[in-house]
Design a protein. Structure first.
Length: 272
């Protein structure tokens, strides 16, 4: 059954299997191709995205890069509008009639901090690529809340508080996506990590259709995703079972949730 993707929460809740990256022959050829001029939406704020991967997965290989493009695009689309997502993302959803929640024009300030993701698994069978991704969800915060009292950002009647009157960190989620190779195009970019660009300026979804996407497993303590988040971004441990993480200095906290360099960066077609 087809699902309606819903990746946006307070803090969530991303390859290239595109055609060979031919270099534009002139400035004019680039200007008529929206994919060549795509830039990460300024209204998203200075936020970045960092990726880790399970042992044996090279995060800059074509299929992992396709996965990264999907989840990064989904976050953009559902925070603001589908038109803001990476080139080709709206077409990927629309071809098979999937519905994509459109965040709409939001008036508050964008994100800062870093969205922290881990590619847990990726397999391919009969042309279908299935990937599972752990989303820590606790590394981002809204710019407009910086310097505001904790009770304004996380009212006690809406959010849980633990030891030391600290708010609980969002628990990680595990998502999955299944994509089908339409034309068998397996050509990746010439260099999968040029600079620190926050978005590709090409259609990385060319030749792919969406099969399915949603939650890969329930948000329960002890899952591989939960263990990864607790080990890498522990915060303050809450002594009560099951173990939960607490923001150490309240929320938001630019010191605890620093904005890290984009990793890995995106190839920019036609740029040195």
């Amino acid at each position: 059954m087809k699902r309606i993707i819903a990746l946006v929460t307070l803090l969530i809740t991303i390859s290239a299997c595109a055609s060979a990256p031919d270099t534009p022959s002139s400035r004019s050829s680039r200007s008529v191709d929206p994919a060549r001029t795509y830039e990460f939406p300024a209204k998203m704020g200075p936020m970045t995205t960092t990726w880790q991967a399970s042992r044996g997965i090279k995060i800059t290989d074509p299929l992992p890069t396709l996965t990264r493009a999907f989840f990064e695009s989904a976050f953009i689309a559902e925070t603001y509008t589908k038109a803001d997502a990476f080139p080709g993302f709206v077409r990927l959803f629309g071809k098979n009639g999937y519905q994509l929640i459109d965040g709409g024009a939001q008036t508050y300030a964008g994100w800062t901090g870093t969205r922290r993701l881990r590619l847990q698994s990726i397999t391919e069978h009969d042309g279908i690529v299935r990937a599972t991704v752990c989303d820590d969800r606790a590394g981002l915060y809204r710019q407009k809340f910086v310097g505001k009292p904790q009770e304004v950002v996380m009212p006690k009647n809406r959010f849980r508080y633990g030891t030391g009157n600290r708010p609980y960190m969002d628990e990680p989620y595990t998502w999955f996506v299944e994509l089908f190779s339409v034309d068998g195009d397996r050509l990746g970019p010439a260099d999968p990590a040029i600079g620190d660009a926050r978005a590709p300026n090409r259609d990385v979804f060319k030749g792919w259709d969406l099969v399915d996407t949603g939650w890969a497993e329930s948000n329960q303590p002890g899952t591989a995703c939960d263990q990864w988040a607790h080990q890498n971004y522990p915060g303050v441990a809450d002594p009560g079972p099951p173990p939960h993480r607490l923001y150490p200095n309240g929320f938001p906290d630019p010191d605890f949730q620093s904005t890290l360099p984009q990793s890995p960066g995106w190839t920019q077609v036609g740029r040195p």
